[in-house]
Design a binder for this molecule. Structure first.
Ligand code: GLU
Length: 508
């Protein structure tokens, strides 16, 4: 393996097929290509591989480009940007005759041939192979057909495809940058289609032609393509072209070590965006799937990742897509954000229809939200509407849904609790400085005075103020709520306990 500093100009590509919502594994490939290109001062090219017309999904190309942009993976050549090898969409290249011409070149130099076998014949062949328990595949029927015979069949209306002539002997060897030399026996492969009857190339032909024409130096792609690479090597040889370096990236597994799939939860990249993950987190997290900087650093900026990247740091062992780690990392990134930035992110989520309860008036006071951010900053893992709303709604509500039974703490009864809360309300009213630290001091002293443990008094206060057993630090919460609201809520809880004692609504 060579260090990237000794490399010549690097040109890499990300070549997605618009067949669905872009998958995290697919974007991991894009990202490592991008990082490699940026590290080496090379070019990152995006090419849309849309030759499998049946598998095309409407809107998928846009989603792919959107995902790239969201991750900040800008491309030097490709859709919307252009470049010296435009167009960068294979269907457009097909219209220019690029692939038909390449297939013709292989026919002319004896490495490919036209095949007029009908689907019925191919099916028959397969059935016979199965009956004889032989591997199924094309039997080479048209391999040695004369030009006249072929011309007559085509004139008679038979459709034709172009097949690559797999050498009958020898072996195929290619060097995978991560795995070293890999050897394959070509006799296990049958003559495969490179140009379909509708004139569209198959993936095998199209990507080789484009990688060659676009001057791609390194192909970083998923391990799943290793088994196709012998075909690609034979084609490079057939064309007489120098193949690029192949770097097959590790496969992604779920935490149970099975192949990462929908079963493990979200796998579409943009779903993570929609769930409140930050692009910086996603970038960092994806970069570590199959690569490490060689130190123990895990949280790195994109600049650090680019700087530290080398092909040597890639690992061929499977990588685990660990959502718990992703959430942890997102928490780290969220905590790094300035309070104001985070507030700007939270406001639209809280104001959304499925954010805070409808009874809370919008627009929210921006300064007020900013003052609340430090209270939840530590606990945030993702910017999730429902979770945020649950964490913060009581700061905005005039009414909180209080269960008096929850106010009463262990070792206290309703009467003791009510009177402690009355004293607390007085203390809040008379507090000289309505700041967290002096308030805490004052309330610790009150505990001593009332012969209560802090756990008891603070617990009762927490529920009275928030209607929750778990909430941000108590005295910060009081400060954020403000003196008036805090006093009202505590008094209301006391009244509930000394009065009805049954569950009812309090108005603060
Ligand atoms: N269009 C192929 C894919 O999405 C590209 C594979 C390759 O990188 O060669 O998966």
């Amino acid at each position: 393996m060579s260090d990237t500093s000794t490399l010549g100009p690097v040109r890499v590509r990300y070549a997605p097929s618009p067949t669905g919502d872009p998958h995290v594994g697919n974007l991991r490939t894009a990202l490592l290509n991008w990082v490699f290109a940026r590290h080496a001062g090379g070019q990152f090219i995006v090419r849309i591989e849309d030759t499998d017309r049946e598998r095309m999904v409407d809107g998928a190309e846009d989603r792919i480009l959107e995902a790239l942009k969201w991750l900040g993976l800008d491309w030097d050549e490709g859709p919307g940007v252009g470049g010296p090898y435009a167009p960068y969409v294979q269907s457009e290249r097909k219209a220019l005759g690029v692939y038909a011409e390449a297939a013709r070149q292989l026919i002319d130099n004896g490495h490919a041939y036209e095949c007029t076998c009908t689907p019925e014949r191919l099916d028959q062949v397969r059935q016979q192979q199965r009956a004889k328990k032989k591997p199924t595949g094309y039997d080479g029927y048209c391999r040695n057909k004369s030009a006249d015979e072929l011309a007559a069949e085509k004139a008679g209306g038979l459709a034709s495809v172009v097949r690559f002539k797999v050498p009958l002997e020898g072996e195929v060897v290619f060097n995978d940058v991560l795995r070293g030399p890999l050897t394959f026996d070509p006799s296990l492969l049958q003559d495969f289609v490179i140009l379909k009857s509708d004139g569209y190339p198959t993936y095998h032909l199209a990507h080789i032609v484009d990688d060659h024409e676009m001057g791609i130096t390194h192909v970083l792609r998923s391990e799943e393509w290793i088994s196709s690479t012998p075909r690609h090597m034979m084609m490079y040889e057939g064309f007489g072209w120098e193949p690029p370096a192949f770097v097959h990236l590790s496969i992604l597994l779920g935490p149970d070590r099975s192949k990462l799939s929908k079963r493990h939860g979200d796998t579409a990249l943009l779903e993570f965006r929609d769930k409140g993950f930050l692009p910086g987190t996603m970038f960092n997290f994806l970069s570590l799937l199959g690569w490490s900087a060689g130190d123990d650093e895990e949280v790195m900026t994109r600049e650090q990742i680019v700087e530290k990247f080398s092909l040597d740091g890639l690992n061929s062992a499977p990588s685990i897509f660990d959502i718990t780690k992703l959430e942890w990392m997102n928490g780290v990134y969220l905590r790094q954000l300035p309070v104001e930035t985070l507030a700007e992110m939270l406001i639209p989520e809280l104001e959304a229809r499925d954010g805070l309860p409808e009874s809370i008036a919008r627009p929210l006071d921006r300064d007020y939200v900013t003052s609340l951010v430090p209270l939840v900053h530590e606990r945030l893992k993702v910017v999730d509407r429902a979770e945020l709303s649950e964490m913060l709604s009581y700061f905005f509500q005039d009414e909180i849904d209080l269960d008096p039974a929850e106010v009463v703490q262990k070792g206290m009864d309703e009467a003791v609790t009510a009177s402690a809360l009355e004293s607390a309300a007085l203390a809040l009213e008379s507090a000289e400085s309505f700041e967290a630290e002096p308030l805490e001091e004052q309330f610790r002293a009150l505990c001593v005075e009332l012969d209560l443990k802090p756990r008891q008094l603070f617990g009762a206060l927490r529920v009275s103020l928030t209607a929750r057993k778990v909430a941000p630090p108590l005295f910060d919460t009081m400060v954020a709520l403000g003196r008036g609201r805090s006093v009202d809520r505590v008094r209301r809880a006391a009244a509930l306990l000394s009065g009805a004692g049954t569950r009812e609504r309090t108005v603060s």
